[in-house]
Design a binder for this molecule. Structure first.
Ligand code: BTN
Length: 324
């Protein structure tokens, strides 16, 4: 059940641009006007800036930076994404919570965000280091009406969204390493883990898990990944608002998802290839049981890796790791 405090924040958020009187708040929440005032003082302690005017009432002027379902929703002008936000301080993995939410019928567009993950998951059963309040640890629940074998295209849609959002930052030039690692200066700053639940030919839901290193200093990265990983802060020498980047990502994702549903994969393929790392160059290819060098020719109309087999003939790979 929603706490009085959350209901109070919701009432203030719904009246974002105008004042709401102490009497209306007290009536709606069934608490005294003095209790309303005390709640306001508590909100201020948490970093909310509240404007109080005699005979007019209260209004939130500024939300705190700290993540919460309210701060993420505040000012987020979305059509369907993040209408439901599950924010938790510490979780094993946001994917686990999102699977649970999906099974409990949470709607398309629900997001799960955590300040910290203790058992963050990466692709290929790797772990994903997710230190407290340093980055974006986010899962998006989708219920798309597409065939299950198109699900990986949504991963590539997400990678282009991440690249586009990051490329708006001055001096940041992201590249996408196939299929979906986001590199800054050849080091990984973000990864995407897509998980799907489907039955026969029908997708029940897809979870897009996004991990983005934002405010890590080099020491915040595990020693074993320091040579291969980076963060936005390391690359720009600046701290970033995790909340602002989440909001930008969500809005860009919503637009890209709607466009993909409307126009199919072709526009994404083009955008992806604009950011594609090593397209036209030689790469090291590793599949389940083989390793070789070949030219990276681009991605196919379905999003597979187009490269050369050992004898130089073109080949399409749906699952592989690339390196340089
Ligand atoms: C990869 O590059 O291997 C994918 C990393 C994906 C990490 C994100 S963080 C949010 C979500 N929860 C997880 O446990 N993993 C994904």
């Amino acid at each position: 059940m929603e706490s009085t405090r959350d209901r109070l924040i919701n009432l203030l958020a719904e009246n974002k641009d105008s004042f709401i009187s102490g009497q209306v708040l007290s009536d709606s929440l069934n608490i005294s006007r003095n209790a309303v005032w005390k709640h306001m003082k508590e909100l201020e302690k948490d970093g909310y800036q509240i404007e109080a005017k005699p005979r007019k009432g209260y209004r939130i002027k500024k939300y705190p930076e700290k993540l919460s379902s309210n701060t993420i929703k505040w000012g987020l002008d979305s059509k369907w994404i993040a209408k439901k936000v599950i924010h938790l301080e510490t979780v094993e993995s946001t994917q686990t919570i999102a699977h649970q939410a999906a099974r409990e019928n949470s709607p398309h567009g629900t997001i799960v965000v955590a300040d910290e993950q203790t058992m963050g998951r990466g692709r290929m059963n790797r772990s994903w280091h997710s230190s407290k309040e340093k980055g974006i640890w986010l899962s998006i629940l989708l219920r798309p009406e597409i065939p299950p074998n198109h699900a990986s295209q949504l991963t590539l849609v997400t990678a282009t969204v991440l690249a586009e959002v990051l490329s708006k930052i001055e001096n940041v030039e992201p590249l996408i390493k196939w299929p979906n690692d986001i590199l800054l200066n050849r080091k990984k700053t973000a990864g995407i883990l897509t998980e799907m639940q489907s039955e026969q030919d029908q997708i029940q839901y897809i979870l897009i898990g996004i991990g983005l290193n934002v405010n890590h200093s080099i020491h915040d990265l595990n020693e074993d990944i320091q040579s291969k990983a980076t963060s936005l802060r390391i690359e720009t020498e600046k701290e970033w608002s995790v909340k602002d980047i989440i909001q930008k990502l969500l809005i860009a994702f919503e637009t890209a998802y709607d466009a993909y549903m409307e126009d199919g994969f072709a526009p994404t393929k083009k955008k992806w290839e604009n950011y594609g790392f090593k397209i036209g160059e030689n790469i090291a290819i590793k599949t389940f049981n083989d390793k070789w060098q070949g030219k990276f020719l681009g991605i196919s109309d379905e999003g597979a890796l187009l490269t050369e087999s050992k004898d130089g003939t073109p080949v399409k790979l749906y699952s592989a790791e690339i390196d340089w």
